[in-house]
Design a protein around this ligand. Structure first.
Ligand code: NAP
Length: 283
């Protein structure tokens, strides 16, 4: 660090579990960027002050996590079209004092899915399980890839219906809500099945959101969960012959996009993944 070091960070409440600092500091080291990235515990009532501080100290960028992704939008100067459609910001870029909000969660997920499991999403039939906070960005980014169908199922039907309807205003939407009872039949047709529910997350690691034996053996099973790295849903789908895609890639690539927006350089995604993996295993 010296007097030219450029500052970055992540704000959230809680925040001490975040792997973003190890991941982004490794990216700066790897690319020779004189940057420093830290985690800041910001309570909701101090969000406005935190953003004013970002402006005053001239931070180049910030990641934003739970619970600030929606409320932070009111403090920014401009919201990128994708973040506006999703209704949440996870990345801020400071362009000479002008704060611009982006959302890299959904596009990070899709980049990881394409690089790690299925390079071509156009024409595919995709089933998304879950209509919570993470689902919205995923649906927006998947729908932008021209799939032939995106089915959306949620335990609570009204949330699936409302979420699917909300896209009609912002995007030419292929998103169709389906009932949880229809899942078995829809799985028989789906090329990609994405779990965005929290079912299977540690400590409930033996649970699966649906019966993986419903998937076609040639389908891709994808899970947003990365703790554990391979969920029971993915493990059982793999035993059935499916290609599997875990949630770690989404985390890496949402950070990779943020790095690229801030620096204009290609992100060293492999090194970022290595750093996060070793933070899990302690090796
Ligand atoms: P959320 O807003 O709390 O939504 C949870 C979703 O799970 C809802 O759709 C909920 O359905 C469903 N659900 C919960 N328990 C269920 C059950 N027993 N059976 C069926 N459905 C159930 O959570 P979120 O923020 O969207 O996060 C969802 C998951 O994605 C978490 O595991 C999180 O760790 C993961 N995630 C990963 C990344 C990444 O970078 N890889 C990023 C964000 C999130 P109802 O509407 O019926 O309650």
């Amino acid at each position: 660090m010296d007097s030219h070091t450029v500052l970055f960070g992540v704000i959230g409440d809680p925040i001490r579990h975040s792997r973003s600092p190890v991941m982004l500091n490794r990216a700066f080291r790897e690319t020779g960027v004189n940057g420093l990235y830290a985690a800041f515990h910001v309570k909701p009532e101090r969000l406005g002050e935190a953003i004013a501080g970002l402006r005053a100290f001239g931070f180049r960028g910030l990641n934003v996590t739970i619970p600030h992704k929606i409320e932070v939008m009111a403090h920014l100067d401009e919201i990128h079209e994708g973040a506006r459609a999703i209704g949440a910001v996870n990345t801020i870029v400071n362009e000479d004092g002008r704060l611009i909000g982006y959302n890299t969660d959904g596009i990070g997920y899709v980049r990881s899915l394409k690089e790690e499991a299925e390079p071509e999403l156009a024409g595919k039939k995709i089933l998304v399980l879950g209509a919570g906070g993470a689902s919205r960005g995923i649906l927006w980014a998947l729908n932008s890839e021209n799939p032939s169908a995106v089915w959306l199922a949620n335990r609570t039907w009204d949330k699936a219906r409302e979420l699917a309807e909300s896209f009609v205003e912002t995007q030419a939407s292929r998103i169709l809500p389906i009932r949880w009872e229809e899942l078995r039949d829809v799985c028989a047709e789906a090329d990609i099945v994405v779990n965005t529910t929290s079912v299977g997350m540690s400590p409930n690691v033996s649970e699966t959101p649906i019966d993986p034996s419903w998937l076609k053996p040639e389908a891709v099973a994808s899970d947003l969960i990365y703790n554990p790295l391979t969920t029971a849903f993915l493990q059982q789908a793999k035993e059935r012959g499916c290609r599997i895609h875990g949630g770690l890639g989404m985390f890496i690539y949402q950070g990779a996009y943020a790095f690229e927006y801030w620096t204009g350089l290609p992100a060293p995604a492999r090194a970022m993944r290595e750093e996060v993996l070793s933070s899990f295993t302690g090796k």
